[in-house]
Every structure is written in structure tokens, then in C-alpha cells.
Design a protein around this ligand. Structure first.
Ligand code: FAD
Ligand code: UDP
Length: 377
């Protein structure tokens, strides 16, 4: 029943949470209005076309999942290509394959078999293991040293991590590094998931497909618009903006890490031969360089466009007016987010979802999975 209201759902935010919600609601015959404060749809997966190349404007996005239902769902909207993420690390001009695998070990130590590599890693981590003396690693440094040993920690982890997080490895939680695979095979695939790729034609195609037939408005900030009074328009609100902003920061502001990008067009068809090159030493100020065409063109096709677009990625502390990207998982912020969630639970007819509203780092596939699992859209 829609009463006299125009919409079943007013959806704040057209990122993957809002767009997937709108899509599934429409399938169930519900009327939705999606608003976004940015001048475009798609949230952080939005791509800008520059010189014929889809540029991931808010950072490189690689879709990966082990959930077949999610994979089939996104592929039913737009087919995905065969992109496989296999970043290369550059340490003072030496190149190493990631994630840590036989190619990395061979380049580092000239070992040729898994047995030799295992023996070398055991030797490399012996000192750290002895230091722990049976206790669990307490921080990222201890975890890395006991996982892969000192050479890899020094060349590929320590300075990169400190650049990325702006803190010492001894001050960061151990779990951050546990998500990187360590493989005793020659396999440079960064992810363990069985499904991976980029939408053919770019992420905007995915967002356009999800929002096909849904009413949308861009450049509309919920808080500075008539829609703030949403009950006049819709039965329910789906809110994917920042949770502290929703409550007018009344308990305090949540912190974020942010990333900024320096983008340039290079007059060469193939600048670095790979989509992602990580710079793992301190002397280079950026963490990585993305060459966007490699997400969507492969082999000889790379040379059909004589130009290329690259972006340097810089990690920094968040200040007002910047894009909030990664939640900061320290004690203060975790406790504050929890208090906001308690307030959110009391908001009648409001669904808080996605990375900003839940103050949670989400990859794309889990965001979609979460929306698919709402039983009563
Ligand atoms: P968003 O995409 O952020 O969408 C939220 C939307 O709400 C935005 O468009 C915003 O403008 C809008 N909004 C906020 N407040 C208001 C308001 N007051 N009024 C109107 N609109 C508002 N995931 C992967 O799976 N693979 C990757 O490789 C990957 N790389 C990433 C790299 C970076 C740098 C970052 C930050 C994230 C990455 N992710 C990746 C995660 C991915 O971006 C998220 O999973 C996804 O964007 C979450 O979608 P969302 O809808 O929750 O949020
Ligand atoms: N990492 C590293 N060197 C690299 C790549 C990653 O030390 O070349 C570490 C770093 O601490 C990072 C963590 O591994 O935070 C997880 O890497 P991932 O690529 O999953 O992080 P993301 O960039 O997606 O946050």
C-alpha cells in the first residue's frame, strides 16, 4: 500500500548499496527515488571517460567474489571481463610479483622449488618466532615477520604499509596483513575468489543497468533539500550516507582515512604494462600507480589507443571536505560508531546500509550480497 505518498523508498546515495536496493525494489513493484549529492550516479565505482579510457575516479575497483549468486546477479546486469588482479611491487626499481608467491620468492632469493622457498621463509621468520615465544602476534609487524619473514617485511610491507596507514607497523592491527595470500605456487592472482573481473564497458554500465527505469536525481544533498522531510514523500528511507552526519554529529565526528589521486594522460600506449604497480619504499610519496586501460583491454588491444591514463595514489589523514574512504578501526572510532548504530536502531522506517552508514569497510560484492539478503524489500 502506497497511501498518498509518491514513493515506497527514498534512497539516499546511488552507490552499489543504493542502486542494488532500488533495482530489487523495482523488481518487486516498488517505486523508488534515488538521490545523490554528487553530480553523477554510482558512488565510488563511478568511472570518468578520459581519452576513451574508463578512469576509476574514486580509486581502482576490482570486483571479486566467491558467491556465485552475486556473480550471476551482476553478470545478468552486464557481462564481466576476464581481468585478474596481479599487482607488481616496485622497491627501489626492483620489481616483484604480488601476492607473495613462488615468483616473488624466486626473484628475492633465487629459490626454484616450493621446498627451497619454505626452508628460506622458515629461516627468515626464525628470529621473530623465537621472540614471540608462543604468544600470538600483537601487531602488524609481528604478524608479517612471523608470516613471511624479514626480507619481505622490509622490502614489500613495512614502508608501503606505513605510507598507506600513516602509522608504524607496530601500531597497526595484525589482521590487516593476514588478508594477503602467501602461496607456494607460481600464481600472481591477488585474490583467492573463484570469480573476478570488471564490467565490460566499465562500472557505469553496471550502475546504469541497476538503475534502469528508476527515478534518480543527482546533485541533491539529502540534508540541504526538501527530501530531508522524507516522510512527506516515501514510506521508508534507505540511507547510505555517513551515519554521524545523519545524527548531526551529536555524539562527535567519526574519523576516516582518505586517498587522493594525481591523474595524467601519457602519450604512450602502454606506460607500465600492468593496471597496478605498488611503490613499496618510502622515497616515493605515492603508494601505487594505476594505469586504467589495463582493466579493460588485454594483449594487442592495449595498443589500439595511442594514449594512456595513469593516476598516482596518495594516502592521507581525512579532513573536512575530503572524501571519506576507509573507516579508522581504532578504539575511539569503533566505540563511537557503535553508539551511532544504537541510535540508528531506534530510527523507525530507516534502513542504514553501505560503507558510510555502517562505518564499515565493505568490498563491492558483500555490499550487493547484503542487499540481496534483505528479505522484505
Ligand atoms: P558509496 O559507493 O560510497 O555510495 C554512497 C553514495 O551516497 C555516494 O554516491 C555519496 O555521494 C552518496 N551520499 C552520501 N551522503 C549523501 C547525502 N547527504 N545526500 C545524497 N547523497 C549522499 N571494493 C571491491 O570490491 N574491490 C576493490 O578493488 C575496491 N577498491 C576500493 C578502493 C577504494 C579507494 C575505496 C574507497 C573502496 C574500494 N572498494 C573496493 C569498496 C567499494 O568502493 C565499496 O564496496 C562500495 O563503494 C560501497 O558502496 P556504497 O553504496 O556503500 O557506498
Ligand atoms: N600490503 C603491503 N604491500 C603491498 C600491498 C599490500 O604491505 O604491496 C599490505 C598493506 O598493509 C595493506 C595490506 O597489505 O594495508 C592489505 O592489502 P590490500 O591490497 O588488501 O589493501 P587495500 O589497498 O585493498 O586496502
Amino acid at each position: 500500500m502506497l497511501n498518498k505518498l509518491k514513493y515506497h523508498y527514498l534512497i539516499v546515495g546511488s552507490g552499489l548499496f543504493g542502486a542494488t536496493f532500488a533495482h530489487l525494489a523495482k523488481q518487486k513493484g516498488k517505486r523508488c527515488l534515488v538521490i545523490d549529492k554528487r553530480p553523477h550516479l554510482g558512488g565510488n565505482v563511478y568511472c570518468e571517460n578520459i581519452e576513451g579510457i574508463n578512469v576509476h575516479k574514486y580509486g581502482a575497483h576490482i570486483f571479486h567474489t566467491s558467491n556465485k549468486e552475486v556473480w550471476n546477479f551482476v553478470n545478468s546486469i552486464v557481462p564481466f571481463n576476464r581481468y585478474t588482479n596481479s599487482p607488481v611491487a616496485n622497491y627501489h626499481g626492483e620489481l616483484y610479483n604480488l601476492p607473495f608467491n613462488m615468483n616473488t620468492f624466486n626473484k628475492l632469493w633465487n629459490v626454484k622449488t616450493p621446498e627451497e622457498a619454505k626452508a628460506k621463509i622458515e629461516e627468515q621468520k626464525a628470529e621473530a618466532v623465537a621472540m614471540l615465544n608462543g604468544r600470538e602476534p600483537q601487531n602488524l609487524e609481528e604478524q608479517a615477520l612471523t608470516l613471511v619473514g624479514k626480507d619481505i617485511f622490509e622490502k614489500l610491507i613495512r614502508e608501503y604499509t606505513e605510507k598507506q596507514w600513516g602509522r608504524k607497523c607496530t601500531e597497526l592491527p595484525a589482521f590487516i596483513i593476514r588478508r594477503l595470500p602467501v602461496r607456494m605456487v607460481f600464481d600472481n592472482n591477488y585474490f583467492n575468489d573463484p570469480y573476478q573481473g570488471i564490467p565490460i564497458g566499465g562500472y557505469n554500465k553496471l550502475v546504469e543497468g541497476l538503475l534502469n527505469g528508476v527515478e534518480t536525481k543527482t546533485s541533491v544533498d539529502f540534508f540541504n533539500s526538501e527530501y530531508r522531510n522524507w516522510r512527506k514523500y516515501a514510506e521508508k528511507l534507505v540511507y547510505t550516507g555517513a551515519i554521524d552526519e545523519y545524527f548531526d554529529y551529536k555524539l562527535g565526528k567519526l574519523d576516516w582515512r582518505t586517498v587522493s589521486f594525481k591523474l595524467r594522460v601519457e602519450q604512450t600506449p602502454n606506460y607500465q604494462g600492468n593496471a597496478v604497480v605498488n611503490y613499496t619504499s618510502h622515497d616515493v610519496p605515492y603508494t601505487r600507480v594505476i594505469e586504467h586501460k589495463h582493466f579493460e583491454s588485454f594483449g594487442a588491444d592495449v595498443y589500439t589507443n595511442p594514449q594512456t591514463v595513469v593516476s598516482e595514489e596518495y594516502s592521507s589523514e581525512y579532513r573536512d571536505g575530503m572524501e571519506p574512504y576507509y573507516p579508522v578501526n581504532d578504539e575511539r572510532n569503533n566505540a563511537l560508531a557503535k553508539s551511532y548504530r544504537t541510535l540508528a536502531a531506534d530510527e523507525k522506517d530507516v534502513i542504514f546500509g553501505g560503507r558510510l552508514a555502517e562505518y564499515k569497510y565493505y568490498d563491492m560484492a558483500p555490499v550487493i550480497e547484503k542487499v540481496m539478503n534483505y528479505s522484505n524489500i
